[in-house]
Design a protein around this ligand. Structure first.
Ligand code: DX5
Ligand code: ZN
Length: 221
């Protein structure tokens, strides 16, 4: 498996000083910026869009930005995020009328593409698109809010997806999002994840480096 990636969710960052907070968490050793886009339609919350992504790039953030679209419709916002500097764009398949087309659209705009599965979303959406995926993201909470508890059934789902990725032979990241903490990250990795989103577990603590270091120590066990 490839090296583990830690992706802090900026949903829990300080929006009043976002550039500094994102820089601080990257300086603390995080790998990827997880950027949660909520539209108050597909999910019951409203966050940030392409302008904020571009602002982070203009501020000098060079790490990969992993844009998690919790929006419906999906397609019309994809080019805007690509222009704004997104590296990865993931979306929920039930929010797109044409999943294959949306995946291709993301790649055509030079970004890595991924599907996101809610806790109750079945995995059949994977059946015909494995060759178009760079990332599979399993939600381990229902989307919309940070600070929720990890849903244990995700562990079995992770194992199923890990087996499908390995059998496919494609180079696909297995990302997990929601309720990831220092005390469960090792178990989540053992189930097959290799990219870990954590919002409140990192931004909720004063010393980001201490949390990231402890997460890496758990992953090395
Ligand atoms: C939830 C978001 C998550 C969220 C995770 O809809 O997709 O990225 O910020 O937050 P924590 O790590 O606090 O559960
Ligand atoms: Zn997310």
């Amino acid at each position: 498996m490839r090296p583990f990636l830690i992706a802090p969710s900026i949903l829990s960052a300080d929006f009043a000083r976002l550039g500094d907070d994102v820089k601080a968490v990257l300086d603390a050793g995080a790998d990827v910026v997880h950027f949660d886009v909520m539209d108050n339609h597909y999910v019951p919350n409203l966050t940030i869009g392409p302008m904020v992504c571009k602002a982070l790039r203009d501020y000098g953030i060079t790490a990969d930005i992993d844009v998690h679209l919790m929006v419906k419709p999906v397609d019309r916002i994809v080019p805007d995020f690509a222009k704004a500097g997104a590296s990865i764009i993931t979306f929920h398949p039930e929010a797109s009328e044409h999943v294959d087309r949306t995946l291709q659209l993301i790649r055509d705009h030079g970004c890595k593409a991924g599907l996101v599965f809610n806790p109750a979303t079945p995995l059949h959406y994977l059946d015909y698109v494995m060759d178009k995926l760079d990332v599979i993201l399993l939600m381990s909470v229902n989307p919309g809010f940070g600070g929720q508890s990890f849903i244990p059934a995700t562990l079995d789902k992770l194992k199923q997806v890990r087996a499908r990725i390995d059998a496919s032979g494609f180079d696909i990241r297995l990302e997990v999002d929601g309720g990831v903490k220092e005390d469960n990250i090792a178990e989540i990795a053992a189930a097959g994840a290799d990219m870990f989103v954590a919002g409140s577990a990192i931004f909720g603590k004063p010393d980001y480096k201490a949390v990231v270091d402890r997460m890496r120590a758990e992953l090395a066990k």
